[in-house]
Each structure stands twice: as C-alpha cells, then as structure tokens.
Design a protein around this ligand. Structure first.
Ligand code: AMP
Ligand code: ZN
Length: 116
C-alpha cells in the first residue's frame, strides 16, 4: 500500500511537503521539479505501484482515473486542442527513475514522434 522508502509515497503521505495541483481520493498531481515542457505535471496514485508491469486487474479503474485526471489537467491548461503528451515510463530502459507509477502530462510545446 505504502512504501516508506518511496519518494512519491512520502509526498502522498505529506512526509515531504509538495504543492498539489490536483488531489482526490485516489491520486494526487504535482508539478515536475525538472519540467520538460511549459506544462509538466505528474499524476500519481495514492497507493504504491512500482511500475505499469505491476498493474493488477483490480487496478484498471485506477489506471483509467489517472488518465482522465491527466486529460482534465491538460484541458484546464489549454492544451486539449493543440495537443499534449501522456507518458508512462516503464523501467530504467524507458527512463523511469521513480518507481511509483506516475503519468507525465506534458503540454505547451510541439512534440516529435517517435519519442527519444
Ligand atoms: P520518471 O523518470 O518517469 O520516473 O519520472 C520521474 C519524474 O519525477 C522526473 O520527471 C523528475 O523530474 C520528477 N521528480 C523527481 N523528484 C521530484 C520532486 N522532488 N518533485 C517533483 N518532481 C520530481
Ligand atoms: Zn510509492
């Protein structure tokens, strides 16, 4: 449920204070400390799930909730029509550095494809 060595669990538990741009009963969202776009928000579940590889069938609704919250944040910042990027990095080979799943919501600049 909670991993006391996990940075994002500590943010959820308020052991580490961080400004929340959204919170509800299932997730919180914060500004990324090292933004890669004018909008760079991280949406994370309150429960500790290390990677998307660890998602259980029981987590399906939660995963969908993270995406819907991310879309609402992107819409609220005016990115819905211009386009925005939703990213989950999975494991180190894809750039994951914090092992508590989080949706990157990136917006406010053009994005290329394929991603690097
Ligand atoms: P990832 O590399 O996909 O695991 O994403 C982790 C993200 O967390 C990176 O974009 C980091 O910049 C961000 N991050 C790390 N520490 C903090 C922090 N203290 N506050 C906000 N964002 C952070
Ligand atoms: Zn955690």
């Amino acid at each position: 449920m909670t991993d006391h060595s996990c940075l994002f669990c500590k943010m959820v538990a308020r052991t580490i204070p961080v400004k929340r741009v959204h919170e509800d009963d299932r997730c919180i969202a914060i500004e990324d400390i090292n933004p890669q776009a004018p909008t760079h928000v991280l949406v994370m579940p309150r429960t500790h799930i290390a990677t998307l590889n660890d998602l259980a069938a029981a987590d399906e609704a939660l995963a969908g909730h993270l995406l819907r919250v991310g879309a609402e944040i992107a819409r609220g910042r005016g990115h819905a029509d211009a386009g925005w990027r939703a990213t989950f990095n999975v494991n180190r080979g894809a750039g994951q550095t914090v092992f508590h799943i989080h949706l990157h919501v990136l917006g406010g600049r053009p994005f290329s494809w394929p991603p690097g």
